[in-house]
Design a protein around this ligand. Structure first.
Ligand code: IMP
Ligand code: MG
Length: 173
């Protein structure tokens, strides 16, 4: 697999992340906010987003897997690591790298609704890629909408490679 093209430059991403941070700061003013990063893909996005949010926030992580080493979701989501903070009564903002089929997002919504007595659960995805959507999901904050293609970089991987690219790029089909 080779890189075919840059889809989102580091400058474009930085600008959009700053604006998302501003919006989140204003929406959650005076509230107890927990940013919950979805590992591994969201680690860079969360790190950048957290630094643009001008609120007192807590940060936690959850790890789920649905892919193996393939480019398409297996459709089965498994929990690898749960959150560790006490989330009761707090406002959760789940931070995702990319929403593709929607299966992971739907699973996360159910997981947090069922167990954690949070005051609210919202989702912020860097990329909303609708071409292969299988489950309708609500996304409160979206960085970019991209039609199609398999994307890597800025945390996104293909078989654990390319996460450290500073731009989001498309792989050759
Ligand atoms: P979904 O359950 O199909 O919506 O997939 C969600 C997860 O699949 C994301 O959190 C990503 O980790 C991964 N994923 C989906 N599309 C891509 C892509 O284009 N590049 C890299 N990872 C992707
Ligand atoms: Mg991934």
């Amino acid at each position: 697999m080779r890189i075919a093209a840059t889809v989102l430059s580091r400058a474009e991403i930085a600008d959009r992340v700053k604006r998302l941070g501003r919006q989140i700061s204003s929406d959650y003013q005076g509230k107890k906010l927990v940013l919950v990063g979805i590992l591994n893909g969201a680690f860079i996005f969360l790190a950048d987003l957290a630094r643009t949010v001008e609120l007192e926030v807590e940060i936690d992580f959850i790890r789920v897997a649905s892919y193996g080493n393939e480019a398409e979701s297996s459709g089965m989501v498994t929990l690898r690591k749960g959150p560790e903070l006490d989330l009761a009564g707090k406002h959760l903002l789940l931070v995702e790298d990319i929403v593709d089929s929607g299966i992971t997002t739907a699973w996360l919504r159910q997981y947090f609704a069922a167990r954690h007595q949070a005051a609210s659960v919202s989702l912020c995805a860097l990329i909303d890629k609708r071409e292969r959507r299988k489950t309708a999901v609500e996304l409160e904050y979206v960085g970019f909408q991209i039609d199609k293609g398999f994307l890597v970089g800025y945390g996104l991987d293909y078989a654990q490679q390319y996460r450290n690219l500073a731009d989001v790029c498309e792989l050759e089909p």
